[in-house]
Design a binder for this molecule. Structure first.
Ligand SMILES: Cc1ncc(COP(=O)(O)O)c(C=O)c1O
Length: 481
């Protein structure tokens, strides 16, 4: 090839490369910026939930997508949440510790998310701050370790509580418990009675915003008013409310305001291991948790430590940045979907499921199944003649349905609902799960559908019929009491 031909070829190649680059650029700019274009609604949100169509293997070797009815335990990730986390990884740097553009970026975003969190629960940043934790259990323990000053401090819990909002206090101070009624609702008058009986002694009233066993939503503002009238502060376990109902720290009057609110992000479609505690500046600055290390000090000398103030002093160690980015994004998406729509959707699923379950012989349903307005999407049941452990296993193995079976880390409440005395329950300490009493729980997420409820009822009917028609079907039946 002569010099002229080589020159022409080079020019041609350069032209082709230029055109390819230009085409690539214009294609990129045509791609929709997913986040800004999508409007998330209760009708389309299923498309943005990771893994809903992922097949799982059943016992017979067939593959089918799981019907995930175990959302009270944890929720799958939302795609926009995962995208937000991925996107932020490009500019990830150490939080509050580094000298770099990335570190500055991450630190700024980390600090900004505190406002997102406060805003999500209607907390005025002038009155409240928040600190980040791993989950609700971590948050309640940190809070209790900060607030409880003596073993003689008195805390009022209820018998509806998850262990996280019971043992965190029980192991550190004196706890008295308000009872639940026959349908499992908190008896508000019992809270008032105890506050009066122990007048002025109760320091904190600790109540869940929604039960993980029956789904009952607590009127926490009513309880806050009672607590404040007797000189106590109000702590709310928000684990089961954050993805289900609009929650506000603000009541109708200042006496009804909530003092502390604790929740986990993995129950709100951001399973990256984070959560938050929201509380008043006024109180948090006077305490610190029993949790020590870097990031929480102003100065350490050989024999002295000068600690920072809230919220920093509650966050020893390096923060979980992906967890916090994901949590903030999840809040944005949930708000866009709208809590009115979420609550309406859950009510439809609850009603359909309860009505279907009522058609099956021998069903035992827990909680009020007529008036379900104060229940989030949680339904628990049993059968008179069927071991719930075996049934839950069959639902999974042969039906591809995820439920939860057991006492859901709320033993005293579950024993009450099942009519099991404390003495009877105590005999089960060393039992394997199959022989320990328990319920089956279905818990809904925003993406579950009425078709899934119908399919579940069909599978449940088949499994129950198959179990009943098999000799010795109920080996290890629910123990009799
Ligand atoms: C009402 C309630 N509180 C607290 C927790 C504990 O949450 P985590 O496991 O995220 O700490 C749960 C978990 O199921 C719960 O349902």
């Amino acid at each position: 090839m002569n010099k002229k031909a080589r020159k022409t070829l080079c020019l041609l190649l350069a032209l082709v490369m230029l055109c390819t680059f230009a085409a690539g650029c214009s294609k990129k700019s045509e791609e929709p910026e997913q986040d800004t274009e999508v409007a998330y609604t209760i009708d389309n949100i299923r498309e943005y939930v990771i893994g809903v169509d992922e097949p799982v293997e059943l016992n017979d070797g067939t593959m089918q997508p799981l019907i995930n009815f175990d959302n009270a335990a944890t929720t799958p990730a939302l795609k926009p949440v995962m995208d937000a986390v991925d996107e932020e990884m490009r500019m990830y740097g150490s939080i509050g510790r580094g000298f770099s553009q990335k570190s500055n970026h991450s630190t700024d975003l980390y600090l900004e998310t505190r406002e997102t969190v406060l805003n999500f629960v209607g907390a005025d940043p002038n009155d409240y701050t928040c600190f980040y934790v791993n989950n609700t259990t971590d948050g309640l323990n940190k809070l209790a370790s900060a607030l409880i000053e003596s073993e003689d401090d008195l805390v009022l819990c209820t018998r509806i509580e998850h262990h996280a909002n019971d043992l965190s206090w029980r192991e550190r101070c004196q706890v008295i418990y308000a009872e639940v009624d026959e349908q499992g609702r908190i008896i508000y008058e019992d809270i008032e009675r105890l506050l009066t009986e122990y007048e002025g002694r109760v320091k904190y009233v600790c109540v869940t915003a929604a039960s993980n066993v029956t789904g009952y939503v607590t009127d926490v503002h009513r309880v806050a008013k009672m607590a404040h009238a007797h000189g106590a502060r109000m702590v709310v376990d928000g684990a089961q409310i954050v993805a289900h109902r609009q929650f506000s720290m603000k009541g109708d009057t200042p006496e009804e305001d909530i003092d502390f609110f604790v929740f986990s992000a993995h129950k709100m479609y951001s399973p990256y291991g984070s959560g938050a505690v929201i509380g008043p500046w006024e109180v948090l600055v006077k305490h610190m948790p029993e949790f020590y290390g870097g990031g929480i000090v102003k100065l350490v000398t050989d024999y002295d430590v000068k600690y920072k103030s809230a919220p920093d002093v509650y966050e020893a160690g390096s923060p979980n940045y992906p967890g916090i980015v994901g949590m903030a994004k999840a809040m944005e998406v949930l708000q866009e979907v709208g809590f009115d729509a979420i609550s309406e959707h859950e009510k439809i699923l609850n009603r359909r499921l309860i009505d279907g379950l009522r058609q099956i012989d021998g069903i035992i349903l827990y909680g009020d199944c007529d008036n379900i307005d104060d229940r989030v999407g949680v339904v628990t049941f049993n059968f008179e003649d069927i071991n719930s452990y075996i049934l839950a296993a069959r639902l999974t193995d042969t039906g591809g349905v995820a439920t939860r079976r057991g006492a859901f880390c709320a033993h005293p409440y579950v024993w009450r609902m099942m009519g099991i005395s404390d003495e009877q329950a105590a005999t089960y300490e060393n039992c394997i799960d199959m022989n320990t009493p328990g319920m089956i729980r279905v818990s809904f997420g925003i993406y579950n559908t009425e078709e899934e409820v119908d399919r579940f009822l069909e599978i449940l009917n088949n499994v129950v019929n198959a179990m009943r028609s098999t000799e010795n079907f109920n080996l290890g039946a629910e123990p009799e009491f």
